[in-house]
Write a protein that binds this ligand. Sequence first.
Ligand SMILES: Nc1ncnc2c1ncn2[C@@H]1O[C@H](COP(=O)(O)OP(=O)(O)OP(=O)(O)O)[C@@H](O)[C@H]1O
Length: 229
Amino acid sequence: MNTVLSCSSLTAGYAGNPVVRDFALELGEGEVLALLGPNGAGKTTVLRTLAGLLPRIGGQSVVTGRPGRGGSRGVVLVPDHRALFTTLTVGENLLLGRRSGGPSVNDILGYFPELGKRLDVAAGKLSGGEQQMLAIGRALIQRPRVLLIDEMSMGLAPVVVQALLPVVRQVADRTGAAVVLVEQHVRFALSVADRAMVLVHGRVSLSGRACDLAADPALLERAYLGEAV
Ligand SMILES: Nc1ncnc2c1ncn2[C@@H]1O[C@H](COP(=O)(O)OP(=O)(O)OP(=O)(O)O)[C@@H](O)[C@H]1O
């Protein structure tokens, strides 16, 4: 499998103060990683650092493969607050992310047909689930090499999350993007991910195949508590 994202000895944090230490990750084409862990563990800090929004304190983070067309180095982050232009329409929000030679608005509607009926509606008037679709759609139209999704379920009913997560799997399978998914709905996340990591107090306490972690809730619980596993 071609490696898309590789980082090693990554130290991440704020104003030179480390929050995450010695983080290492290698992700291949079309691979989905669930990055799990309790509140304050450093998951968002990892995503923001991988996206280049937060300067690295130390270590390496490299994206390989075809040159990225969206965001820094082809890495696109969908933040937990979604960061939509609420007064612009769905169509306008999508077009703002469009890159020449990249996917069209219609391509994106293939993932989210519901948005097709709402193209002229202001993003701020959409339901929470529709807003999340739009946030992911706006990331996809940038044709990410690496797609980082932070707490896609924030404020959404579990049934909505259950409907949205399979799209993440489809995106990875169809476009070859490597995906890092930060998600509090652990079971749902593990059901679409290939691999998973548990981060506690800025360090990885468990890493393995998603199916193995899903099959061993006691192991996951120990990892969340930061116990040796
Ligand atoms: N802008 C900031 N400046 C300084 N410290 C910050 C900043 N943002 C986050 N932190 C600290 O970094 C640590 C990790 O936060 P982070 O948001 O990465 O955790 P998280 O695992 O994503 O948590 P949650 O699941 O609650 O979103 C916390 O102690 C937090 O207080």
